[in-house]
Ligand binder design. Structure first.
Ligand code: SF4
Length: 349
């Protein structure tokens, strides 16, 4: 089991529930706009939020943002360690440092001292695209040996950085080793988890737009979580952060690691379906959003496979021509017209 650390009120690692993170996409210096986005993310289920600290104005804005939000805030720092000091001073709950661009020991020491004083953790977040210069090898990306070397370099850079922090008697550490290649990311996290007990923040970096990014993230994050690796996750998408949070929730619910409310099991439809199942499913999904009950709702397009599938669910509908039969725990409850399916299902739920 990994070591447990705390980010604000959220526990990470050591058997705590896998938490969901996202990143604000606003200019942090615009505190009002950033708060609006974070509040929307809080509402959708985000548990930890990260903001980009690209200058001292952004670091100062942390104070105003923190006053208005409920979830812990992580300051994302690159290049200038003084930005970390300022963000800590302004109330950040965690600092993310990139070993690729903040690597002078005396600078790291100052950040560590400030983090210790405020009792906040540091994420050592390495990306394959920003490895420290001395670890960047002109590897032939296409060759297996080149990829292995990149993975080993990624892990080595984090372990070296951790040694520096440990020498300063600092162990409130979270680690991420992100690559845009799903395979490299999985290999890097696996290799690291064999060598260290620090909790892991999982993610695939620069995963792309939702259409491909959700697939990459689900495979990468999912494969690791299935092996018991990973303590907090961030799905990175080019697009709305709310989509990142929804995707993260879906990954955790699909792996039965967390429960975020009803699960809809709907069939893909085929030539046997005689109702507008896509509309029914979409409407139902929207209506059950926000319910906390851990129930399975089956929405099946026909009576051939429908009743059988619906047996596995707590409640379900098996459709026929212009109508459907509602089941509860596999037993028929009533027959309803197509136009009333959603309303009747909701009543039964
Ligand atoms: S449940 Fe019926 S309509 Fe849906 S995919 Fe199966 S056979 Fe086709």
């Amino acid at each position: 089991m990994t070591r447990q650390i705390k980010v604000g009120g959220v526990k990470i690692g050591g058997g705590a529930a896998v938490s969901i993170q996202s990143m604000a996409k606003t200019d942090t210096r615009d505190a009002a706009k950033t708060v609006r986005q974070i509040k929307e993310l809080e509402k959708s289920g985000c548990e930890i939020i990260r903001v980009a600290i690209k200058d001292f104005d952004a670091a100062s804005a942390v104070r105003a943002i923190k006053r208005k939000i409920k979830i812990p805030l992580v300051a994302d720092i690159h290049f200038d360690y003084r930005l970390a000091l300022s963000a800590i001073e302004n109330g950040a709950d965690k600092i993310r440092l990139n070993p690729g661009n903040i690597c002078k020991e005396d600078e790291i020491r100052e950040v560590v001292m400030a983090a210790k004083k405020r009792k906040i953790p540091i994420r050592v977040g390495v990306n394959s695209g920003s490895l420290p210069i001395q670890l960047q090898k002109p590897s032939k990306a296409a060759s297996e040996a080149g990829k292995r070397l990149q993975t080993e370099n990624l892990v080595k850079s984090v372990l070296d950085y951790i040694k520096i922090l440990e020498r300063m008697d600092f162990c409130d550490i979270i680690v991420s080793l992100k690559a845009s290649s799903v395979r490299s990311t999985i290999e890097a996290y696996k290799l690291f988890s064999k060598k260290s007990k620090y909790p892991l923040h999982l993610g695939i970096t620069a995963a792309g737009p939702a259409s491909t990014g959700i697939v990459k993230s689900s495979i990468g994050i999912g494969a690791l979580l299935l092996e018991g690796i990973g303590d907090t996750i961030r799905v990175s998408l080019t697009g709305d952060s709310v989509e990142e949070v929804m995707a993260a929730k879906n990954i955790l619910q699909a792996l039965e690691l967390r429960n975020f409310g009803p699960e809809i099991i709907s069939c893909p439809t085929c030539g046997r379906c005689q109702v507008d199942l896509a509309r029914i499913t979409k409407e139902l999904s929207l209506k059950v959003q926000g319910l906390r009950d851990n129930i399975k709702i089956a929405v099946m397009g026909c009576e051939v496979n429908g009743p059988g599938e619906a047996k596995e669910a707590d409640i379900g509908i098996s459709c026929g021509k212009g109508s459907g039969v509602i089941f509860k725990k596999g037993r028929i409850v009533k027959r309803v017209k197509e136009k009333d399916i959603v309303k009747e299902l909701l009543m039964e739920i």
